[in-house]
Design a protein around this ligand. Structure first.
Ligand SMILES: [Zn+2]
Length: 293
């Protein structure tokens, strides 16, 4: 019978004081700040779970604090909670992979909101005196998923971009993003990453629509590898294959707020299927389309 001794001696005692655990986490994440590292550390024991959650919670707030003070941030989380909205774009990616943003921090905040909730957002903007607003143009590729876009300039000149979904779920607009790396998001309670392996490795594939040259420039200056398709890859596509359909139910997520277990979870409530394309021509991929000579 195999001995369990090595496992037992390697385990870290539960009673390790919280301040020592904080030092261990700080040390372990100083060169590797990825959320995936914190998730790994969370698996050690309950003291690590608590400490990692507090590191992530501080990180979420500090990324958003670049755009607004704590009072506005608290009211932003409140409205997101009440309308079941999400924060997406580079802010969500910065929380997950801060390394990409060291020299080029996020320029604006993208908010995804369900259909029929724009009135609440206009009321929220008015209550903070954010009257400098204009309606943005929805990219024709995304008209099926996104009903409207509202640009809001705050008093400090920073911008919020509110994307209204065509459906009662924000997932529709989020999962029809033009770029795979935009499929990361933060709710007032949780963080969701749809393509964890590719996100961690900074690999990005274009999705159904066409990303703008601005989007691509932004990614390239952050040293993220961009591919318009997997067809020239010299390896199988894996989870990034356009032929694979994914189910939103059961997607990987991290609870960054202690109230998460009491809250609405859009992903548990909505069952949506998505894929990033209609065909795959990567010769190394088992799902590729067989070309007819
Ligand atoms: Zn493929």
């Amino acid at each position: 019978m195999p001995s369990l001794l090595p496992l037992v001696t390697m385990s870290i005692p539960e009673q390790l004081p919280a301040d020592i655990v904080s030092c261990i986490i700080e040390q372990a994440t100083s060169n590797e700040p990825s959320l995936s590292k914190l998730v790994q550390l969370s698996h050690i024991n309950s003291v690590f779970v608590e400490s990692c959650c507090s590191v992530v919670s501080t990180r979420v707030r500090s990324v958003i604090r670049t755009f607004m003070d704590d009072g506005v941030m608290d009211s932003l989380f409140k409205i997101l909670e009440s309308v079941h909205g999400l924060i997406g774009g580079s802010v969500a990616l910065d929380v997950i992979e801060p390394d990409f943003f060291i020299d080029h921090p996020p320029g604006d905040i993208d908010i995804m909101t369900p259909s029929g909730t724009m009135t609440e957002w206009v009321g929220w903007c008015d209550s903070h005196g954010f009257v400098d607003r204009e309606t943005g143009e929805v990219n024709p590729d995304r008209e099926d998923s996104t009903k409207s876009i509202l640009w809001v300039r705050m008093h400090n000149g920073m911008e919020l971009k509110i994307h209204q979904s065509q459906s009662s779920s924000v997932l529709l607009t989020l999962l029809s993003s033009n770029l795979m790396l935009q499929m990361n998001t933060i709710s007032p309670f949780r963080i969701y990453c749809f393509y964890p392996w590719m996100t961690i490795n900074g690999i990005l594939i274009s999705c159904q629509g066409s990303p703008t040259t601005y989007d691509i420039d932004q990614l390239e200056c952050r040293l993220i590898e961009y591919y318009w398709s997997t067809c020239l890859w010299n390896r199988p596509c894996g989870r990034g294959c356009p032929m694979i359909w994914h189910l939103s139910y059961g997607v990987g997520m991290y609870e960054w707020s202690r109230r998460a277990h009491l809250s609405y979870d859009v992903f548990a409530e909505t069952h949506l299927q998505w894929g990033i394309g209609n065909d795959c021509y990567n010769v190394h991929c088992p799902y590729r389309v067989q070309e007819i000579d």
